[in-house]
Each structure stands twice: as C-alpha cells, then as structure tokens.
Design a protein around this ligand. Structure first.
Ligand SMILES: *Cc1c(COP(=O)(O)O)cnc(C)c1O
Length: 479
C-alpha cells in the first residue's frame, strides 16, 4: 500500500518513504491509500506484540513480518504492565492505562517502535529528527532514539510550558546524539517553526550536502500514528476477554486530545472494523477542538492558556488535516482549508460531516479536572493524572449510554503539583519528596524513571528564541 499527501493525491510514496520523510514535501501529511479492513476477532488471544506486528504489517507492507515482530518484541519489552497496557475498572468505564512504558506517557507506544521503522526505512541514510513537544513526545522520542546509529535528534519544548518532572526528564537525557532546547514560546510556536524548517529548501539542501536528511518524530509522521492504532484494537479485545462486552458490541472511546493524533488512531481502528460508537474528544481551556466539533469552524484567533494539562495546550492540531481526509476526501479542498488556516488562522467545514463521524467534544477547566481527580480518588481509591481527569469529565458531560474506554495518557506522577492539590497533600520545595507524599497517600507505585530524574545531572539548560531554531538545527553542517 502506498501513501499520498493530504494536499495532493498524485504525490505518492511507499510506506518506508513516508516514514522516512515525516511530512510530505508540499506541507501535507501522508495518509494510506485505503484504511484496510482487519480481522480483529481473530486476535482475541494474541499477545500485544503479535497484534502490533499484524497491524503494522497491513499498513506497512514493505516491511517483513519477521522484522516487525522482532521490533515489536524489543519495543514493548520494557513496558511494566502485564499485557503492555494496564486496565482499571470504574463504573461503566474501563481505563486503559497507556503510561507503563519507559517515560510514563502514552507516547512510548509509538516512539519505542518508530526507531525500528525509521531504521528499516532509512537504508543507511543519515537522519536528523526534529521534534516539537508539549512535554511528553520530547522525552519519549529522546528515549527511543538515544544512541541510534546514523540518527540524531533535536527536541524543542516550551521552556515555561511543561511540568517540572517533564522538563527534568528531557534535560537529563543521556546519549551522544541528543539535543534538547527550551524555547521562549509555546508548543504551537515550536510546531509551526519545525514545520517551516521541513519546507525550507535551502536548509534541506545544506543538510543533503552534508549527508543529512530531516525527519519527524511528531504525530505528523505516519510511523507515529499506526502503532497507536494497535492499543485500540487490543483494548477492545480486552473488554471482550473481561466479559465487559460481547464481541461486536459497540463501546464509546474518550481521548484527552491535543494534536488529534491519539483520537485519530481510534478512528482508524473503527474504519478497520472495530465496533466503536462515539468518539469523545476531551479538551482543556484551549478548546479550539470542542468549538470546531460543535460548529464546523476551526478558529485559532483566541487566547492561549497554560493549564494543568499542559500536553493539551495546543491551538493548531496537526492531525485535523488527516481527519479532513476521512471526511472530505477531495485533496484540493483540504489544501484550500489548510492554506486558509495558515493565512487567516481559520477554516470551516459543514458541521454535519463531523456529526456523521460520531465525533463529539467537551472541554473542562482546571478546577473541573482537579475536582474529578479528587472525586474519583475519594470514592474509589484510583488516582488519575490531570489529562485523564479532563477525559473523565468529558465522559460525564457526554453521559455515554454504552460502556466507555477511557484512554489514560500519562502517569499522575508526571504532574505531582496538580495531583497534590487534588489530594490535599502538602507541597514543600522538594519535588521528589512530593512524589513520595503522593505515594504514601495513594499507595500507587512511582515509575522508576521519574524518581531517577532527580539524581541525574542536567545536561541542557537555558532557552533559545524561536528564530534561533533554524540555526541550531544546522549543527555539524559543512557550510
Ligand atoms: C500528547 C498528549 C496528549 C495529546 O495527545 P494527541 O495525540 O496530541 O492528541 C494528551 N495527554 C498527554 C499526557 C499527552 O502526553
């Protein structure tokens, strides 16, 4: 199966080339020619790695199944939950804990796998990975690509826009090939600038002259998206295994959403045959997506807020472009919409198209999220992170009639300040002590990686201006 750009159907490449490039040269995103039907029922008793290899194999036919199997086994070996995803039952809701990987956020599912896909696609070419992050992609990408041959990685995070733990995870990253920069700006600034660098022909020529190509570890890379489809299929089958639903019975899915990658993967799973009902898109106070879903108008002219769910502090959600592909199909139209977004900060589509895709949206304030953390902890003893809490609040606002799969995207220990407030745990100066205090109250294990960051030396300090990003990515160029 080939991949083509959302902005031009004639711009076709193989799966390997799509992964290697990241975004398409015309600024569009690669999408599969078709979303293949998948006999998910046959995988009821498969291990996570087996399912992953099978799903990747239908999207990425130019890789050997044996290579995908071996890669999936290596990629998911370090996940601490039995079955890779952890599960927890609440009333009418199954929480799918996607944070048991090495960096304690769901990004590990794709970013532990992507280096193998990239290595298989690069065929010896040297690649420089550029990554904009709202906090979790950066660390997960660094952990995935650390000391990978023929590869180096540059990560840009909003210096004032991530939690202390998230920041330490990135600034203490080990490895010879990693480069980490705080920027004086927000995630949208980082993402917009990285996208512009991909389209900077002079820069890319200079890279090629030095034998270096650029690629992306953001969810604009199709190699990020497809591994995320796997845990939706696996989780649906888990509900069947647990007897929560019968095979074929519909369930709703709720996803705390930022760049629209995670929830889009759920929609891909539905198109492959998995019986999902409503898709509940949960947002925080930066609720550009909620408004889009309700009106068909995507409008970035609004204030940007820093919230207690920072990984969702995003106004320009890249994967909306792939969502438009599912709805509109006409690539000239998508190009027009995206040009409109770039030039005017706004575009519009008929809202009934969104409704037909069974997408609904809700948003929550920080206070509502914190109240949910407190309520769920006090009534059930279960502790959620602030992003998961926003999703939980979205489910309650929607009033789902079906069973709901709630995608829990991060460990609560990545956001200890907010969690401590919700639990009325006293906060001192010492961040590490705060993690211990939360553990005493919640009896939930602290991911080892998060304790380790307090012991490691900080390697990357300070922050750069947005217009310095173009310069730092030229490191090692021959000019
Ligand atoms: C990245 C992230 C999100 C948003 O996911 P998207 O795929 O960008 O929509 C939500 N929660 C957490 C904890 C994240 O790290």
């Amino acid at each position: 199966m080939n991949y083509y750009s959302t902005r031009n159907r004639d711009e076709k490449v193989s799966a390997k080339e799509a992964i290697f490039r990241g975004p398409a040269d015309d600024g569009g995103l690669y999408v599969p020619e078709t979303i293949p039907a998948f006999p998910y029922e046959d995988f009821l008793n498969s291990k996570y790695e087996e399912l992953a290899a099978a799903v990747l194999n239908v999207f990425f036919e130019d890789f050997d199944l044996a290579y995908l199997k071996e890669s999936a086994e290596k990629a998911y070996a370090s996940f601490e939950a039995e079955g890779t995803v952890g599960y927890h039952e609440l009333d009418g809701i199954t929480v799918a804990e996607l944070f048991h990987g090495p960096t304690a956020a769901f990004k590990d599912f794709a970013l532990q796998m992507l280096p193998y896909l990239m290595a298989g696609s690069a065929e010896g070419r040297r690649v420089r990975i550029l990554t904009a992050t709202s906090g979790d992609t950066g660390k997960a990408a660094l952990a995935g690509f650390q000391d990978v041959e023929n590869t180096d990685i540059f990560v840009f995070y909003p210096a004032e826009g991530v939690s202390t733990v998230q920041k330490l995870q990135m600034t203490t990253q080990e490895g010879e090939n990693v480069h980490v920069f705080g920027i004086r700006g927000n995630f949208d600034d980082a993402q917009r600038t990285v996208k512009a660098l991909f389209r900077d022909e002079e820069l890319r020529e200079a890279g090629r002259a030095s034998g270096i190509e650029f690629s992306s570890a953001n969810s604009i890379n199709i190699g990020r998206l497809v591994p995320q489809v796997v845990y939706y299929i696996y989780s649906y089958l888990e509900l069947v295994r647990r007897g929560t639903v019968d095979m074929g019975e519909k369930v709703d899915v709720c996803v705390p959403t930022g760049n629209f990658g995670n929830i889009l993967a759920a929609m891909y799973a539905k198109r492959m045959g998995v019986p999902f009902g409503d898709f509940i898109c949960a947002s925080n106070k930066n609720h550009v997506l909620t408004d889009f879903i309700q009106t068909g108008i995507y409008d970035t002219h609004r204030d940007f807020y820093k919230t207690t769910s920072p990984s969702m502090d995003i106004l320009v959600a890249s994967n909306i472009e792939r969502f438009l592909q599912l709805l509109l199909k006409n690539n000239d139209k998508i190009r027009e919409k995206m040009e409109s977004l770039q030039e005017t900060g706004r575009f519009e589509i008929p809202e009934d198209l969104i409704r037909r895709a069974k997408l609904v949206g809700y948003w929550s304030t920080d206070d509502e999220g914190e109240a949910r953390i407190k309520e769920v902890f006090e009534t059930t003893g279960y502790l959620m992170d602030p992003h998961t809490a926003v999703a939980y609040d979205g489910i309650k606002k929607h009033g789902s009639k079906r069973h709901v799969l709630l995608m829990s995207t991060a460990s609560p220990y990545k956001f200890p300040e907010t969690v401590a407030d919700a639990l009325s745990v006293e906060k001192g100066e010492d961040e590490k002590a705060l993690l211990e205090s939360i553990r005493e109250k919640s009896h939930m294990d602290i991911p080892k990686e998060l304790l380790d960051v307090f012991e490691k030396p900080v390697r990357f300090e300070g922050a750069i201006a947005i217009d310095e990003m173009a310069q730092v990515v030229r490191e090692g160029f021959d000019d």
